[in-house]
Design a binder for this molecule. Structure first.
Ligand SMILES: Nc1ncnc2c1ncn2[C@@H]1O[C@H](COP(=O)(O)OP(=O)(O)OP(=O)(O)O)[C@@H](O)[C@H]1O
Ligand SMILES: [Mg+2]
Length: 178
């Protein structure tokens, strides 16, 4: 049973970045954050917000092929993993268990389903889903003109985020941040 649960509507990628930054500001090291969600639901966006908040500069991309990116110069250190293309036995090669037990590093895991039985009991589970897509069309003459000219319309895309903390460390992280 989770200790703490939160649900958030993310009205744009910048909101995902902000929520991730708040959690990063509370992280001490030793936490595991599991990022569940369909393709394109915002898992890497969350990791980017988390890492940027800790001072990581430059592009933050998903380690889809490398499986793992280690950020050792920030505090707490971060290990970003993506198991979308995980093959059997590869978890041992990347030292998965050692990373999970490292008290100075936060583990961010995209597609954690592939490591299901090996995840620590104390973990923060984040589920991202595609929310409603709202299309706004203006009825004003200006809006009508814009549509005629280039078919312009405003599309608001959103995501929903559900956070569930299992255990003491992840609960402390979630409670203090959100
Ligand atoms: N809250 C949000 N609202 C709208 N768009 C978002 C939101 N969060 C992320 N996006 C956008 O969704 C797209 C996909 O995001 P991202 O790459 O983070 O997904 P992902 O879950 O890591 O995908 P994959 O499964 O391929 O690794 C990006 O263009 C990003 O800007
Ligand atoms: Mg990704």
């Amino acid at each position: 049973m989770p200790r703490d649960i939160r649900g958030i509507l993310l009205t744009g990628a910048s909101k995902t970045l902000r929520v991730a930054a708040r959690l990063a500001a509370r992280a001490k090291g030793g936490e595991t954050i599991c990022l569940y969600g369909a393709l394109g639901s915002g898992k890497t966006t969350f990791a980017r917000g988390f890492l940027r908040a800790l001072g990581v500069r430059g592009a933050v991309r998903s380690p889809t092929f490398a499986l793992i990116h280690e950020y050792r110069r920030v505090k707490p250190q971060v290990i970003h993993m993506d198991f979308y293309r995980l093959k059997p036995n590869e978890l041992d090669n990347i030292g998965f268990r050692d990373h999970l037990e490292d008290p100075s590093a936060v583990c961010l895991i995209e597609w954690p389903e592939a490591a299901e039985g090996l995840l620590p009991a104390d973990r923060l589970e984040i589920r991202l889903d595609h929310g409603a897509q709202v299309v706004l069309r203006s009825r004003s003459p200006r809006g009508a003109k814009a549509r005629r000219e280039d078919g312009a319309q405003v599309v608001l895309r959103s995501r929903t985020m559900r956070l569930r903390a299992f255990g003491r460390k992840s609960s402390a992280l979630l409670r203090g941040a959100l």
